[in-house]
Design a protein around this ligand. Sequence first.
Ligand SMILES: *[C@@H]1O[C@H](CO)[C@@H](O)[C@H](O)[C@H]1NC(C)=O
Ligand SMILES: *[C@@H]1O[C@H](CO)[C@@H](O)[C@H](O)[C@H]1NC(C)=O
Ligand SMILES: *[C@@H]1O[C@H](CO)[C@@H](O)[C@H](O)[C@H]1NC(C)=O
Ligand SMILES: *[C@@H]1O[C@H](CO)[C@@H](O)[C@H](O)[C@H]1NC(C)=O
Length: 384
Amino acid sequence: MEPRYCKPVIIITLLISVATTTTGLKACNFPAIFNFGDSNSDTGGLSAAFGQAPSPNGETYFHTPAGRFSDGRLVIDFIAEGLGLPHLNAFLDSVGSNFSHGANFATAGSTIRPQNTTISQSGYSPISLDVQSVQYSDFHRRSSLLSRQGGVFAELVPKEDYFTQALYTFDIGQNDITSGYKLNMTTDQVKAYIPDVLHQFSIAIKNVYSQGGRSFWIHNTAPLGCLPYILDRFLVTAAQIDKYGCATPFNQVAQFFNTKLKETVIQLRKGLPLAAITYVDVYSIKYILITQAQKLGFEKPLIACCGHGGKYNYNGHRKCGSKITVNGKEIVIANSCKNPSVRVNWDGVHYTEAANKWLFNQLVNGSFSDPPLPLRMACQRMDH
Ligand SMILES: *[C@@H]1O[C@H](CO)[C@@H](O)[C@H](O)[C@H]1NC(C)=O
Ligand SMILES: *[C@@H]1O[C@H](CO)[C@@H](O)[C@H](O)[C@H]1NC(C)=O
Ligand SMILES: *[C@@H]1O[C@H](CO)[C@@H](O)[C@H](O)[C@H]1NC(C)=O
Ligand SMILES: *[C@@H]1O[C@H](CO)[C@@H](O)[C@H](O)[C@H]1NC(C)=O
């Protein structure tokens, strides 16, 4: 063999071309993303409807509140960047939004099932997944109309064929689990309603499919038993705390949800022959980050960076950005920690930008996905 063939760059090129020919797969070139979810992927929906996420949210990247519950970007922002697309505007954001490459229907506090409580009673967003589906359908209908009419608004909505070519992302379910516990249900009672939650989830997927959506990217639910707001709010016995400090019953119910979600995805693949549905094990990625934080260059994974007091620097009555008035002056009493770039948890519920970036880097190549395709190939239907 000629020495020049040993140059690393040539070897890498050869490896890539071999990989492409053996799988026969090409990148998808998604022109748009439509996202559905809760605060894990809300880029401004709840803020537009119910008030802006307060400072110091947004400080690291946007240098101002930016509708996100984090110091900076969320995983969905890194997904958009990774596909060469702009950050998604919230569907509900009526000021300055440009939806030409997608829209975000997620709002913080969203559940899959509509709740029987108001947002002021329970904190759950009334914009549950069924409402997000209605908003998506109307967005699609009106975008098609505007595209045909042309003019200034046609440039701000997706082209008609983008609705078929787009990546549809979903990250929702965590709040459905907590809602039962907030109503004092037992774990068995919570588990008993999860099949209904997932039935309603599959209705949302079928709604998108019926309107031409083909590529679905579904995050499973996270180890909520490792989050300060759960550890602070719900009493667990010492025996129920694992060696990393996480509350085992909550993680077990999240895993139960995920098992059922995976079964739901398998059923959906059977029923939707043209859909490519990727199931992403975000649970495992987050659990690795939390339990191996030090090794990965992070600190204090169970302690909120932005909060106020208590064992976990989390207080449900004094959340990140809370202010009090002293002698007529407003003072922020729940501020950011010194260095969010080495922290996992931002505000007791959500992750820091640094953590979100790390999570994205794990999931982008498909090593936590079923089927194990990289993000940019998620339009490929793999037959099981
Ligand atoms: C909307 O965003 C796209 C992508 O960033 C950009 O190319 C386009 O110019 C924007 N449209 C308007 C009217 O600002
Ligand atoms: C809300 O109430 C209705 C009627 O009682 C019930 O069928 C439904 O399951 C409840 N939803 C939730 C999320 O508890
Ligand atoms: C749940 O239990 C707590 C403590 O017993 C009680 O204060 C609260 O009102 C209960 N909540 C509901 C929704 O029943
Ligand atoms: C995927 O990326 C992660 C993080 O960079 C890396 O540790 C892992 O080995 C990669 N897996 C594959 C299958 O390429």
